[in-house]
Design a protein around this ligand. Structure first.
Ligand SMILES: [Zn+2]
Length: 82
């Protein structure tokens, strides 16, 4: 189980199984809406497809956007928030 709080610098790449619509959503955006103590597997069923309106039909991949996000994760210091 992956909680949003552990992947704050990532995005979710979503693909709707009903219509094939693809989208990217920032994890920080999801945290702002749903809180950081929820898991990715709890979030995805809440999402509605912007293409066909189907709810909870998306598959997802946790991804990075840009090298800066990866660098920030690598540079994270222990005791800085956990
Ligand atoms: Zn769709």
């Amino acid at each position: 189980m992956t909680q949003l709080a552990s992947i704050t610098n990532n995005h979710l790449a979503l693909k709707c199984e009903m219509c094939g619509h693809q989208s990217m959503i920032a994890v920080q955006h999801l945290i702002a809406r749903l809180g950081r103590d929820i898991s990715v597997h709890q979030v995805v069923p809440k999402l509605r497809c912007a293409g066909c309106g189907a709810k909870g039909k998306a598959t997802f991949v946790i991804t990075y956007v840009g090298a800066s996000g990866t660098a920030m994760l690598g540079a994270r210091q222990s005791g800085s928030g956990d």
